[in-house]
Design a protein around this ligand. Sequence first.
Ligand code: ADP
Ligand code: MG
Ligand code: MG
Length: 247
Amino acid sequence: MLEIKNLYARIEDGAQILKGINLEIKPGEVHAIMGPNGAGKSTLSSVIAGKEDYEVTEGEILFQGENIIEDAPEERAHKGIFLSFQYPVEIPGVSVTNFIKAALNENRKANGLDEMSAKDMLGMIREKSEKLGIKKDFLSRSLNEGFSGGEKKRNEIFQMMMLNPKLAILDETDSGLDIDALRIVADGVNTFKNEGNAVLLITHYQRLLNYIQPDFVHVLANGRIIKTGDKSLALELEEKGYDWLLN
Ligand code: ADP
Ligand code: MG
Ligand code: MG
């Protein structure tokens, strides 16, 4: 699904942040990336999604066997890469529902598909929102306007479920989540994931991994993956912190 080879990236005209990342994600897998603040976790997710503030100076990002480094963020999204937004934008006057309808139809168009019928769209919105415990009045609110941290995250998970990407990258999904919202987000990810897709979960906190079982846990520090393990590594990090891994 995703293969990152010897990836180096820097901020446009600035410091080198990623310094030789290697990562392989297969269909059906959930990978968690943990690491100290400033390690480059968000930079990695941005670089995979193609955000233009960063420049890849070396290495490859293969998505379904194709190098995507030259692709614009929209093209990557159309190919099936989804990145949740750490600080989602507010769009007054555009409802949660209308935003996702437009995004979904744009995605379909880019893949040579017709617009979804209003009936099918409504059915899908109903199904996904019910799964996430999203109420009707939430769907008609202006996107992100006055949303609490939990509501923002719930909306991101709703967007993910609707767009049904092949690779979902969730960055710090647990920041600002109370325990109930955390559970809903985790349930959303668990409902979303299947043998044909993959999840890359970036988090500071072990807590989220009590609800989402990762197949692999990676520690990213100083722009490199310095350790990979299974979910027991997350528990070890919770207990011991990161210092024992850094020298
Ligand atoms: P993490 O998500 O692991 O906390 P980040 O990827 O956000 O780390 O940041 C890694 C380093 O790169 C930090 O030192 C951060 O200040 C710097 N950085 C990231 N993006 C930018 C940017 N657009 N402009 C300036 N510095 C940046
Ligand atoms: Mg950070
Ligand atoms: Mg970050």
